[in-house]
Design a protein around this ligand. Structure first.
Ligand code: ZN
Length: 773
């Protein structure tokens, strides 16, 4: 490999059997010659495929080719830092074919022996440990140990000047790798990884399969992280923790590390047969990450975050007509990239939580162990797992799962209580105020007069008779069920129940969904929120702050006063508390208050003078306050340039989207297209700019002018799909026609889903904005 000129010559030797001409996947590679059992053989190449004229064949195929290392964020690419670079790979879903001709299909598992010839001064990382290093003049040939049977999308190769730190954990090496000078910030994630591996070894009852595991910080990375077997890659901000990191970032890093480790078994050891089951791998890892954290950091109350991050995101996404069932047929790579979304991760994970709640934790674990040991080093489908869970539990797992994964959307359960009679009705919920008949097989938990019970409901209506008149009532306990609850005429019974923080979150979350869909009036919504102003509880407070922050972007004048009062009183209530969840909450509350309260901003901005000494959890708020009240673009830019921490750079960029003077926000957006900002971060800045009501018009202008640059930047990553889904519903308020027209002329195949879902969501946001105007 030529590290400076960014190109390589490759040779692949594949032992295979075929009944006809061999067809391999190959993209962007220049095939120089193919040898079949030592004799040259003819071949044909198209943009995606390489057909070798082998006829029926059983033997070794050797392909010689050349390739280039690009600036894109997929396949084999260059990730620059300072004045240097690493060469790194990202192959999920269908990008291994950019480095080597192969059968790039998750169920075509094979053993791989990887070797790479590089400059003497560089090092290389792959899935397996190094087996030998042979010097060859100015170069050296590194050969890695043979991998177990695995899928191509999990292969990894990284080349550069890595700094490593190894912990021996029994016979396993846990190795952190970064660009020079950063490995010292890996202590937290290394410790988290080591403890999580112990957890998984015990939970799955199968020891981690490889002799080592790398956790690698990659300077430029489109994803948060990627679970390559034995060589997990992370963007730097998802792995590195130092004294400057906030509690929020620490929790996020733990979650990402644990998620990727969960995949080492679920996904890597046992892999889906085809991409239509990608959701299972992703939702399982998401679910397991919360399980590990709950065990390692019980004080974080991680299931509360699970509700806010996973369940909420999925409920918000899945109430659109333009949604998709959890399990969808996929054909092209573009389609695959777009299903790495809230449905695949969050809805799937919420359904797994529902199933675990239904069959019990131990039974669930037994089923998972059985599944992994049956299909190790091989492939399986979701059905194989449901079968296993059904056998271990003797409950209707198959029926429930097929009802939930093949059907799009989710139900709203309407609850009416009358004396000794309780009526439950389910229908499909949409963000528009329409509804649709629908019945999901639902395990329903409820508590009547303090007594909890569970029923199974698969019809549209169910009536329950009680012994005594109903005096208190709570449905969907701790929100294990993936549905909304609408109490009609019996809300007071709800407030007579003892409500957990997750229950309270559910009430507030549902109310907002009802407000958006026109089922609840704004004054009633405000009355509900007022119940929460004089107490503070991590999850419901956080949720309300999220909602107010959103309302501030679409109806600033209407919500500003209430938002000010709420955020001020909450900050007051948690003033003395120092636990980590409070720190996370305080950061969010302070950030939001800077945007609505000029007085608070002005006071806080003074701390920017000694920014380095500001506690990490208040740094974002101080930077935001400085931008809001002083509006000094140059000073923030200088701070950005002088900072060498990714986390601070992100804080400062975020602040630079919060100016009241829209022209300055425009300048910031332009700045993200320069070499001084990581390509991965443009999206983040754009998304935060959209949240600034003073800059909405100018952000829309900027987007129209720069959409081609965005397309180029994120080609093939699927990133824009999620981005458009987030920004269109806000940017498009009061200019629906114009936005529709604009996107009708954009051809962005890997963002079509996000665009059309975004346009649909826009209708609901616009309606609410008009109601509140
Ligand atoms: Zn994952």
């Amino acid at each position: 490999m030529d590290f400076e000129k960014l190109r390589f010559n490759g040779k692949v030797r594949i032992r295979l059997q075929s009944e006809q001409d061999v067809v391999l996947n190959s993209v962007g590679l220049d095939i120089r010659g193919i040898v079949m059992d030592e004799k040259p053989v003819g071949f044909k190449q198209t943009a995606e495929e390489l057909t070798v004229q082998t006829g029926a064949f059983d033997g070794i195929l050797e392909i010689n080719y050349a390739g280039t290392i690009t600036d894109s964020l997929v396949g084999i690419y260059r990730a620059p830092y300072d004045h240097s670079q690493i060469v790194t790979t990202h192959f999920e879903a269908a990008q291994a074919r950019r480095m080597l001709p192969c059968i790039d299909h998750p169920d075509a598992k094979a053993e791989f022996r990887i070797a790479v010839k590089i400059d003497k001064k560089l090092t290389a990382i792959s899935n397996m440990p190094v087996e030998s290093v042979v010097p060859e003049g100015e170069k050296k040939l590194i050969t890695f140990q043979k991998t177990p049977r695995m899928s191509t999308y999990l292969l990894y190769l990284g080349i550069g000047r890595f700094e490593e730190q190894t912990t021996k954990h029994g016979t396993l090496d846990v190795i952190m790798a970064t660009t020079p000078g950063k490995v010292k910030s890996c202590e937290f994630s290394q410790d988290e990884a080591t403890r999580a591996i112990d957890f998984f070894n015990a939970y799955y009852a199968i020891p981690y399969a490889l002799p080592k595991i790398h956790l690698i910080a990659v300077p430029e990375f489109a994803m948060g992280a990627m679970e390559n077997w034995g060589a997990i890659t992370f963007r730097e901000s998802a792995l590195l923790i130092d004294a400057n990191s906030s509690a929020r970032v620490k929790k996020r890093v733990a979650e990402i590390v644990d998620h990727e480790l969960a995949h080492q078994w679920f996904g890597n050891l046992v892999t889906m047969k085809w991409w239509d089951d990608i959701w299972l791998s992703e939702s399982f890892a998401t679910f397991m990450a919360s399980k590990v954290i709950d065990s390692l950091h019980p004080d974080w109350k991680i299931w509360e975050d699970f509700m806010r991050n996973e369940t909420a995101g999925a409920l918000e996404r899945d109430c659109l007509k333009r949604t998709h069932p959890i399990q969808v047929p996929v054909r092209s790579p573009d389609e695959i990239e777009q299903i790495f979304d809230e449905i695949s991760y969050g809805k799937g994970a919420s359904i797994l939580r529902m199933i675990e709640g239904y069959i019990g934790k131990d039974t669930f674990q037994r089923g998972v162990r059985q599944y992994l040991s049956n299909y190790a080093y091989s492939n399986a489908t979701g059905n194989d797992l449901w079968n296993m869970l059904e056998t271990t539990s003797n409950k209707k797992v198959q029926t429930i799962m097929s009802g939930w994964i093949r059907q799009p959307g989710y139900p709203m359960l309407t609850v009416e209580a009358n004396g000794r009679e309780l009526t439950l009705r389910q229908e499909r919920f949409f963000i528009s105020n329409s509804s649709e008949k629908g019945a999901w097989p639902m395990p329903i938990t409820l508590e009547i007069n303090g007594e909890s019970q569970s029923i199974f409901m698969d019809s549209t209506e169910e009536t329950i008779q009680t012994q005594a008149p109903i005096s208190s009532l709570r449905v969907n306990l701790d929100r294990t069920g993936f549905y909304l609850v609408r109490y009609v005429g019996c809300e007071d019974l709800l407030w007579k129940s003892k409500l957990s923080p997750i229950d309270q979150w559910g009430i507030v979350f549902d109310a907002f969904a009802f407000l958006l869909s026109g089922r609840m009036q704004f004054p009633d919504y405000l009355t509900l929120l007022k119940r929460f102003t004089s107490r503070s509880e991590y999850l419901p407070t956080h949720e309300i702050s999220d909602q107010l922050s959103f309302l501030n972007t679409i109806a600033q004048e209407r919500i500003c006063d209430f938002s000010k009062t709420f955020h001020r009183s909450q900050l007051e209530l948690i003033h003395e508390k120092t636990d980590e969840n409070t720190k996370v909450l305080r950061e969010a509350l302070a950030n939001r208050l800077t945007l609505v309260d000029d007085l608070y901003s002005k006071e806080l901005a003074a701390n920017f003078e000694k920014y380095d000494t500001v506690p990490p959890d208040m740094k974002q708020a101080v930077a935001l306050a400085y931008a809001r009240s002083i509006e000094d673009y140059d000073r923030l830019l200088t701070a950005y340039r002088n900072s060498d921490s990714d986390q601070d750079k992100i804080r400062l960029l975020t602040a630079m989207t919060a100016f009241k003077r829209a022209a300055l926000v425009y300048q910031t957006l332009d700045f993200t297209l320069t070499k001084e900002v990581k390509r991965q971060d443009t999206r983040l800045v754009l998304t935060t700019a959209v949240g600034n009501p003073d800059a909405r018009d100018i952000t829309w202008k900027w987007l129209r002018e720069n959409i081609d640059k965005l397309k180029e930047r994120y080609a093939g990553t699927g990133t824009l799909s999620g981005t458009f889904l987030t920004i269109i519903p806000i940017l498009g308020i009061s200019r629906i026609g114009e936005v529709n027209e604009f996107f009708a002329h954009q051809k962005i195949p890997d963002a079509e889903v996000g665009i059309s879902a975004g346009l649909e969501k826009l209708l609901a946001y616009d309606r609410l904005a008009r109601t509140l105007a």
